[in-house]
Design a protein around this ligand. Structure first.
Ligand SMILES: [Zn+2]
Length: 476
C-alpha cells in the first residue's frame, strides 16, 4: 500500500514537467549568470530547421530560458554578452537510448543500503551536460528516475530533460513481466498511471502479449520503442504491427539475417518504412562490445572513463560479459554484425526511414554524454552526411518524443538548449566534440565551468576508486 501512495506522490510531482521547461535556474552554480538575458554575438547558427538553414554572423538573444531573437540588431542593456565570433551554435543534443543509474539500480542483486551510492545525481548528469546532451531517453525507467528528473527541474541539479520509457519483458526475470495479453495491457495502464510516457518492449515477450502491449500503449497515447522479440525469429514481418514506433538497435535486424546481405537490409527497410517504424541503430554500443571481446584496455583507455562511478568502473572491468570467455568466433561474429549494421543504416537512410542517434549509454564502455559524439561519427561513417547525423540527434528525436515545439531546432520561442562549438560540425562531424559552452534550459555553462565540473567529478571518483569492488559489493 505504502509504495502505491509513493507512486502517486511521485506522479503528481512529476506531472507535466517533462514538457515544461523550468523557469528556476539552478542556484547551486556559483559561476552562473544571474542576469536573465544572454546575447551571443556574431555567431553562426545551424538552426536544423532544414538542411540549408544556416545563419552566419548573427546575434542570438536568450531571455528567461527561451530564444527570443536570432538576428538582433540591438542588445538589451541587461544582457550578459557571449562572444560567438567564428563559433557555431547547434541545438542541444538528444541521446535516444540511455540507461542512467539510480538509487536501487541494482535492486535485484544488490543490498539497498549500498545502492545509496548513486544518490549524487549531479555526478550522474555532469557527463551529459559537459557533452552538450540536453535531452535523454531512458529506456528502462524506474521510480528513481522520476526523483532525478525532479531534482533537475527544481534546479538542485544541472541535467538534461528526461523522457522515460517503462520496459516490459516476458519470461521469468524480474521487473515488469507479462506473459499473457491481459497482463501486458494491465502493465501498460499501470505504467501510464505512474507517469511513464513511453513503453519499451523487450526480447522475451510472446506474440500475443507483444501485440496486446503495442495496442494498449496506443490507446493510452504512449509510443512504443524496443527490441524485436525473439519469438519473431524467421518471421520478422509479424513484429511490424501498427504503432510499433521504433527499433532500438540495428542488431535487432542483424539477428534476423542469415547472410547479412543487401537484400535482407532492403527487406527490413521495406517493413519498417511501410509500418512507419523508425530506427535508433546504436552503433556505439556494438563497437564498444567488439573492442571488449578483444581487450578491456579499450575501456581503461577511454578518456571519459574517469567520469564513471567507481563501482561501475569495477563492474565493467571485473564482470564484463563481453570479455569473459571470449574467443575468436565471438570476435568474428560481432565484427560481421557491425558491418551489417552499417550497411543497414545506409539502406534505411536511402529508404528515407528516420534514423535517430542513440548510444545505449550505461552499457560497459558506453559513457553518458561522450558516447553521443561517438555515435554521430559512426553514423557518418555508415553513410549519413554530417547534417543528417546532426538531424538524428536534434530535430528528429524531438519529433518522435513529441517535444519538437519546445526543442530540437534553433527557433524563436524554443527553449535555449544549445551547444556552442569552436569549429563547424558540417565540415567534420568530430567538431561536435569541440565544445566552447553549453546552454541548458537557458543556463549558460562556459568551458571553464564545464571543465571544473568534470575535474571535480574525476577527483571524487579517484578518491573512491579502490573502495568499490564489484565482486565484494554485498559487503558495503
Ligand atoms: Zn538499452
Amino acid at each position: 500500500m505504502q509504495s502505491k501512495y509513493l507512486y502517486h506522490i511521485i506522479f503528481l510531482l512529476s506531472f507535466s514537467i517533462f514538457l515544461l521547461g523550468c523557469k528556476h535556474l539552478p542556484s547551486g552554480l556559483t559561476s552562473r549568470s544571474h542576469k536573465n538575458v544572454l546575447a551571443i554575438k556574431n555567431v553562426n547558427v545551424i538552426t536544423m530547421i532544414s538542411d540549408s538553414s544556416i545563419l552566419t554572423n548573427v546575434t542570438v538573444i536568450i531571455k528567461d530560458g527561451k530564444i527570443i531573437s536570432l538576428n538582433a540588431t540591438t542588445i538589451p542593456d541587461s544582457a550578459e554578452i557571449i562572444d560567438g565570433k567564428g563559433k557555431w551554435l547547434i541545438p542541444g543534443l538528444i541521446d535516444m537510448h540511455v540507461h542512467v543509474p539510480t538509487d536501487g539500480h541494482f535492486n535485484t542483486t544488490y543490498p539497498t543500503h549500498a545502492a545509496a551510492i548513486f544518490t549524487n545525481t549531479q555526478d550522474i548528469m555532469t557527463p551529459f551536460v559537459a557533452s552538450g546532451v540536453t535531452t535523454i531517453f531512458e529506456l528502462n525507467a524506474k521510480a528513481g528516475h522520476f526523483g532525478q528528473r525532479n531534482e533537475i527541474l527544481r534546479g538542485d541539479v544541472v541535467g538534461p530533460r528526461m523522457a522515460l520509457a517503462a520496459l516490459i519483458n516476458g519470461g521469468e526475470e524480474s521487473g515488469r513481466i507479462a506473459n499473457t495479453p491481459s497482463d501486458g495491457s494491465q502493465i501498460v495502464r499501470v505504467a501510464k498511471a505512474e507517469g511513464y510516457e513511453f513503453i519499451k518492449v523487450y526480447s522475451q515477450l510472446n506474440t500475443e502479449t507483444y501485440k496486446a502491449i503495442v495496442d494498449e500503449a496506443d490507446k493510452q497515447g504512449m509510443k512504443v520503442i524496443g527490441h524485436i522479440p525473439n519469438v519473431f525469429q524467421g518471421k520478422i514481418e509479424d513484429a511490424f504491427v501498427p504503432h510499433f514506433g521504433m527499433v532500438a538497435h540495428a542488431e535487432e535486424f542483424a539477428k534476423q539475417s542469415n547472410d547479412y546481405s543487401v537484400g535482407d537490409a532492403q527487406r527490413f527497410a521495406k517493413l519498417a518504412k511501410e509500418n512507419g517504424t523508425w530506427l535508433a541503430p546504436t552503433l556505439t554500443v556494438i563497437a564498444r562490445i567488439a573492442e571488449q571481446t578483444r581487450t578491456l584496455d579499450s575501456i581503461t583507455h577511454l578518456e571519459s572513463f574517469q567520469y564513471v562511478h567507481p563501482l561501475l568502473q569495477s563492474k565493467w572491468l571485473t564482470a564484463n560479459r563481453n570479455y569473459q570467455g571470449t574467443n575468436s568466433e565471438r570476435v568474428t561474429r560481432i565484427e560481421k554484425m557491425i558491418k551489417f549494421n552499417k550497411l543497414l543504416t545506409k539502406v534505411f537512410k536511402e529508404a528515407e526511414i528516420p534514423i535517430v542517434a542513440g548510444t545505449d549509454a550505461g552499457s560497459s564502455g558506453v559513457i553518458w554524454g561522450f558516447s553521443l559524439h561517438d555515435e554521430l561519427q559512426l553514423l557518418v561513417e555508415a553513410g549519413l552526411t554530417p547534417i543528417e547525423a546532426l538531424t538524428s540527434a536534434t530535430r528528429l528525436p524531438a519529433i518522435w518524443l513529441g517535444i519538437d515545439s519546445k526543442i530540437g531546432t534553433i527557433e524563436v520561442g524554443k527553449f535555449a538548449d544549445l551547444v556552442l562549438l569552436d569549429s563547424n560540425p558540417l565540415e567534420d562531424i568530430r567538431n561536435t566534440r569541440k565544445i566552447g559552452g553549453v546552454f541548458i534550459n537557458g543556463l549558460w555553462l562556459d568551458k571553464v565551468k564545464i571543465d571544473t565540473m568534470l575535474s571535480d567529478l574525476s577527483k571524487r571518483n579517484a578518491l573512491f576508486k579502490n573502495k568499490y569492488d564489484w565482486k565484494k559489493r554485498e559487503e558495503y
